[in-house]
Design a protein around this ligand. Sequence first.
Ligand code: HSE
Length: 414
Amino acid sequence: MVMVAVMGYGVVGSGVVDVLTEHSESIARRAKEEISIKYILDIRDFPGSPFADKFTKDFEVIVNDDEVRVVAEVMGGVHPAYEFTKRCLEKGKSVVTSNKELVATRGAELLSIAKEHNANYLFEASVGGGIPIIRPISQCLAANDVIEIAGILNGTTNFILTKMIKDKMSFEDALKLAQDNGYAERDPSADIEGLDAGRKIAILASLAYGKHIYPDLVHTNGITKITLADVAYANAWGGVIKLIGQVKKLDDGRLDISVEPMFIENGSQLANVDDVFNGILVRGDSTGDVVFYGKGAGKLPTASAVVADIIDSVKHLKARKYLYWADGDESCVRPYDESEYPVYIRVSTDDKAAAAARIKELFSSAHAIVYSEAPSDELAFVTGDMSVKQQDEAIKQLCEGSTKLLSRIRVSDL
Ligand code: HSE
């Protein structure tokens, strides 16, 4: 029998306890060992819980108990999760986690500590909730050079955008609903400002390219400025707006990496990834496109990935697994203003004819978006490929007179 501890009894932690308890027989069969929860760490009280005898508020009890071989860290946040994880790994205990913030900010260091102490640090649940993506990238697709990864990586924002697109629901109502369903982060600004998706694409990039890409190197833009008007223009253009995390390897070896809302054509595989679902496309040089789809947030999908890592750790108590990346720095990433792509721009103006003429001069191959219900003082168009620096300059010149910028959203080639 292998003893495990669960640190954190929130949405994911309680899901992990439920899954381990309810599926104990099939889990034991797969792990080839019975797995028993010895401790659940939480600062709160849970009177009447069927697991009352397992709760502790004292981390020292867990770290100093040699019987505990695997610890699930599902507390979230960097502190004290970082200190707890480090100490468990230093004691040779394997740690599995759904904590994307910790993996994205301290992954290289924790992986290195795990290696030093012949323990495993596994984090399948940190990206894509219940979707298998960490193992596929590091194992199944290992023969490929990964050319690009792009995906819808945040369930909360995808849920909000879907409600705005399909039900014309307000941003606030949709966010409230996502929170009630347990999808959102404790502080939902991490979802809507794009930070959560930024951490996830940073983890995928680190894994695929072998160097730690820190989240502050990811150009990040959330969905708080997306309006129902932009949703309507995207529809008139033939697509939808999605929050996309993307990383591409450039010819010079640097990475182009960002999280931002994008126009996606209706024909794209990612256009129909709706609600809390995530969709992740991995473009390999041998495989071509491989797409992963499933529930990217929520109690049981995420718990399922955490428990799979517990089983894997139990099966590899004496062996190190494959996950590893070296430390990285800003030289790994191309500055965002050098990125090149087409962009959707919407402006208001007192003189439409003059503004339309200026748009033709300033933006390469601009195409107007024809939207029958557009306000009479608005113009919207999609440009050809331009660097961000060129876009900034052209927008500045366009907006010198009465013309005002209302929106600017990347147009994807996915
Ligand atoms: N808040 C996250 C999301 C949870 O909505 O995707 C899963 O990482």
